[in-house]
Design a protein around this ligand. Structure first.
Ligand code: UDX
Length: 438
């Protein structure tokens, strides 16, 4: 079986490499020649645990190839996945220009029946637009070739994407005919999913499933952040409340950790996009509008605490910041709370010394630039700092040397944006601890 994956971003590259790993012949296509050249040399465009190994292994075996030529790649492919970016447009809705350009090119170059499956997160009704773009291109050629469109959204978590792909909780496939369903079944057979974990449905439902999953998870987080803020006011401990409610299986203990707000490439973008879609249909998704508003505010919470402790004017102060990426195990800085926190601290006159195990290069190049001093390790960031802000809960920050911090920090104050430290223990050591909801 041969397939083509268009777009070697996060979703496309992980999917292509994992399909190749179960024996499928995969061509990964991207318009970015430099990216393709690097991939051929084994240089990954993103940091993702296990990805390099699986890409290199399958490239060397010849099952995984890289190309900039989509027309050539899709010859004799049974499936073409569209996994190109859908950046948010100015009004918050997903911009489909890349998706539709790929659909058009497939229509112009396909040589046989093909299933065109969208993996990018796309608004409901995109399936119809993709179908129209392919059909229009075929009509222009005067071709009567047949094809089917499908929606196969991805549920990969950054930092665990390879594992999520190889051992998925579920696979959602939106299809419109039996022939396409049979091909998708064959494609996913190697993943040995027991019966009900591959769920077939119509295309709009598959598209809605993706948004609903991300929106629900974002809702859990904002809900818990909102509650955590109230916990602080009434003198309750949000960590206790979290374990108290999480033991109810109807609620579940995941995604209810209060913190500095959700970031990343999916939640912020997808919540905005579904709210926008609803508006286009004359409906207000009021819950999700609140989810977004709570999250926007939450990114400022840690700085509010800093100002409460040190005063509104932070000039002359220096803060150590541990963690820059939006979550651990990724170098992804998109919508990272750290960006807002840095800007706020600087606006109040403070300096920031930052350390992140993986994301410093990405931060420096694109998102933060020279606004902070980048440090060689966690302790280096604390030299002469007035206090420490924990922003991303990387494992290496979990049990620091408190005696070293005691010597390095000018004030024994920790602003713990992820509630990873035990306040009682820190108080015993003489530190002041601020958390979220505690
Ligand atoms: C998410 C979805 O989990 C995945 O299924 C989808 O395909 C893409 O979006 P990802 O963006 O990689 O994946 O990150 P995730 O691990 O879900 O975390 C998102 C954000 O929520 C992070 O900023 C994280 O710090 C935050 N979060 C998560 C919390 O603040 N509290 C929690 O309890 C859980």
């Amino acid at each position: 079986m041969k397939i083509t994956v268009v777009g070697t971003g996060y979703v496309g590259l992980v999917s292509g490499a994992c399909f190749a790993d179960v024996g499928i012949e995969v061509v990964c296509v991207d318009i970015d020649q430099k990216k393709i050249d690097k991939l051929k040399k084994g240089v990954m465009p993103i940091y993702e645990p296990g990805l390099e190994e699986i890409v290199v292994r399958n490239y060397q075996s010849g099952r995984l190839t890289f190309s900039t030529n989509l027309g050539e790649a899709i010859q004799d492919s049974e499936v073409a996945f569209i996994a190109v970016g859908t950046p948010p447009g100015e009004d918050g809705s997903a911009d489909l220009k890349y998706v539709l350009a790929v659909a058009d090119e497939i229509g112009r170059t396909m040589n046989d029946y093909i299933v065109v499956a969208t993996k990018s997160t796309v608004p409901v009704t995109t399936g119809c637009k993709v179908k129209k773009a392919i059909q229009d291109a075929l009509d222009k050629r005067g071709s009567d070739l047949k094809f089917a469109v499908a929606s196969n959204p991805e549920f990969l978590k950054e930092g665990a994407a390879v594992e999520d792909f190889l051992k998925p909780d579920r696979i959602i496939i939106g299809v419109e005919d039996d022939r396409a369903e049979e091909i998708m079944k064959r494609l996913y057979k190697p993943f040995q999913l027991s019966g009900d974990r591959i769920i077939y449905m119509d295309i709009p439902s598959a598209e809605m499933t993706k948004y609903t999953a991300n929106a629900m998870l974002a809702t859990k987080i904002s809900f818990m952040n909102d509650i955590a803020n109230l916990c602080e006011l009434v003198g309750a401990d949000a960590n206790m409340v979290r374990s108290g409610i999480g033991s109810d299986p109807r609620i579940g203990n995941k995604f209810i950790y209060p913190g500095v707000g959700y970031g990343g490439s999916c939640f912020p973008k997808d919540v905005k996009a579904i709210v926008k879609t609803a508006k286009q249909y004359g409906y207000d998704l009021r819950v999700l509008e609140a989810v977004e508003a709570v999250n926007d505010d939450q990114k400022y919470k840690l700085v509010h605490k800093v100002k409460k402790h040190f005063g509104d004017d932070l000039s002359g102060k220096t803060f150590a910041m541990w963690g820059l990426s939006f979550k651990p195990n990724t170098d992804d800085m998109r919508e990272a709370p750290a960006i807002v926190i840095i800007d706020e601290l600087r606006a109040a006159g403070a300096k920031v010394k930052a350390y992140d195990p993986i994301a410093m290069e990405e931060a420096k190049e694109v998102y933060v630039g020279d606004k902070v001093t980048y440090c060689k390790d966690a302790y280096d960031a604390c030299v002469d700092a007035d206090a420490l802000l924990l922003v991303t809960e990387w494992s290496e920050f979990r049990i620091p040397s408190w005696s070293a911090l005691n010597k390095l920090l000018n004030n024994k104050v920790i602003f713990d944006g992820r509630n990873i430290y035990d306040r009682k223990y820190l108080n015993e050591l003489g530190f002041t601890h601020y958390g979220i909801g505690v």
